[in-house]
Ligand binder design. Sequence first.
Ligand code: AMP
Ligand code: ZN
Length: 134
Amino acid sequence: MTDNCIFCMIVKGEIPSYTLYEDEDVKVFLDINPISKGHSLFIPKKHYKTLFSVPEEDIVFLKKLPMVAKKLKETTEAEGVNIVQSNERAAGQVIFHVHFHLIPRWSNDGIIKFPEQGKLEQKTAEEIIKKFKN
Ligand code: AMP
Ligand code: ZN
């Protein structure tokens, strides 16, 4: 646990949350500033800054993610669910305790849209693959 982490405080019950699900590994609660009805956060109880800081043996906390997302979809009668996870400030991470946004979606709600997509060039693809495998 990290003392000044707001999500650790939620885990410890020092800050209230609208909790949907909790077990020994994870806590799932409604986001305080929802972007859709039922927008929730799925977090490990253990503090990790980003997904990159989770050791491979601890990643099992993710096992409940599909079940919780499905239950949330049913509860909100959503037509779909986005699962969004941000790492580092440049990617939009504001709270540095790893978390997954579960965002119930409805057709044409216009909430999350990818910007216009480019075209993958062969040279770029080969460059990335070469560096990645190095
Ligand atoms: P991110 O930008 O991915 O770091 O998202 C952090 C999320 O935490 C935002 O969507 C906030 O609305 C949410 N949040 C911050 N404080 C609280 C809180 N006390 N209870 C519930 N959600 C929170
Ligand atoms: Zn924390």
